[in-house]
Design a protein around this ligand. Structure first.
Ligand code: TXA
Ligand code: MG
Length: 341
């Protein structure tokens, strides 16, 4: 299959909507990362997402809506906590997990009785959903296990030949995927994102819980609250290790490593490249987690393209949005962390 790449426009968005209505899969921009979209009410279309992505069938998809009037098609309940969070953060990078409505293809929920739903804050995404006229299931538009795509070029790296159309809406400004909050029981963050636990607690007037997988590895056995967290994720081809400690210790550490093995690269904060004895790719400013979120996935892909074999990354501080940055990096590194002081 030939994959078309079109800049977002009335014509491109209409073509996307037409393909979506006929059960095809189309990559679309959102404010977080690019999504691999299909009609959430069409089981065959949803199945095509799993095939294009190489995604395990037990990992559920997020459904995207253009306005709250689409909610009735997606969720079977809309509790007060959902209304509060939607009013505070939609359109925006927040996914709410709620009981699933009957019209949504069961594969979207991957065997769960729930569904994740969000209204993205991206004019192109909203326009395409509205033109399609149906809620769109859309996971991140990477091949399963790879870093999420924040540009149309990233999507093509993974999806060329697998889908008919990529709509280019520029760089995804947020850069990490949405915060996923379960409202099936006590409000619980299943995946950290741009909307922070403190912001959620404030909007709810009640403390939100953090699922254990937000901070650490998912349990090998036992129930998993969000199936996605148990899979290898966000991973570059290179072996990635996080290094905790100050810059001088990091610089000394990578210098030694580069004498021991070939292909050593550093992933650092902006401006640190010149103090490092190995090739380095910056992913954001040390004191600004929002820039780290925006640059993280592009940096991981850039390291692959450069042919890095061993990557040592500076550990982000982890406050605010930094919680999401840390969570993605820990998974990309399969929880390998070294401490240097
Ligand atoms: O920002 C985003 O959320 C992007 C853009 C495209 O919207 N989408 C995205 O989708 O990141 P995906 O499929 O890569 O990640 C969805 C996450 C997974 O961790 C999945 O397990 C969780 O959301 N999830 C989806 N539905 C769920 C449900 N019903 N219950 C629990 N977790 C769910
Ligand atoms: Mg993903």
């Amino acid at each position: 299959m030939e994959t078309q790449l079109l800049m977002a426009s009335v014509k491109a968005n209409s073509l996307a909507a037409q393909l979506l209505r006929t059960g095809q899969v189309v990559a679309i921009p959102t404010e977080t990362v690019y999504g691999l979209a299909a009609d959430a009410t069409n089981p065959a279309a949803v199945q095509r997402i799993f095939e294009a992505k190489g995604r395990p069938q037990d990992n559920p998809l997020i459904v995207h809506i253009a306005g709250q009037e689409m909610l009735a098609q997606v969720v079977a309940a809309w509790p007060p906590a959902a209304k509060r969070l939607a009013d505070a953060f939609w359109p925006g990078p927040l996914t709410l997990v709620l009981p699933r409505a009957g019209g949504i293809a069961p594969a979207v929920g991957a065997g769960l009785a729930t569904v994740g739903v969000r209204m993205p804050a991206h004019p192109v995404a909203l326009d395409i959903i509205a033109r399609a006229g149906v809620p769109l299931a859309a996971p991140s538009a990477n091949r399963s296990g790879r870093p999420s795509p924040t540009t149309a070029a990233h999507v093509l790296q993974d999806m060329a030949g697998r889908i008919p159309l990529v709509v280019d809406g520029g760089n995804s400004p947020v850069g990490v995927e949405s915060t996923v909050v379960s409202l099936a029981g006590k409000p619980t963050v299943l995946r950290p994102g741009f909307v922070t636990p403190a912001e959620l607690s404030e909007a709810l007037g009640q403390e939100v819980a953090l699922a254990p997988s937000v901070q650490g590895p998912a349990e090998e056995s036992g129930p998993v609250e969000s199936p996605g967290v148990k899979y290898r994720h966000y991973a570059p081809k290179a072996k990635l290790t996080l290094v905790e400690g100050p810059l001088p210790a990091f610089a000394a550490f990578v210098a030694v490593k580069s004498t021991e093995t070939p292909g050593v690269y550093a992933m650092c904060f902006t401006g640190e490249e010149k103090t490092l004895a190995v090739p380095a790719v910056p992913y954001g400013a040390e004191d600004d987690p929002k820039t780290q979120a925006a640059g993280l996935f592009a940096a991981l892909r850039q390291l692959d393209e450069a042919g890095a074999q061993q990557v040592y990354a500076r550990m982000p501080a982890g406050g605010g949005v930094g919680l999401a940055v840390r969570n993605r990096l820990l998974r990309a590194a399969q929880f390998r962390v070294e401490s240097e002081t």
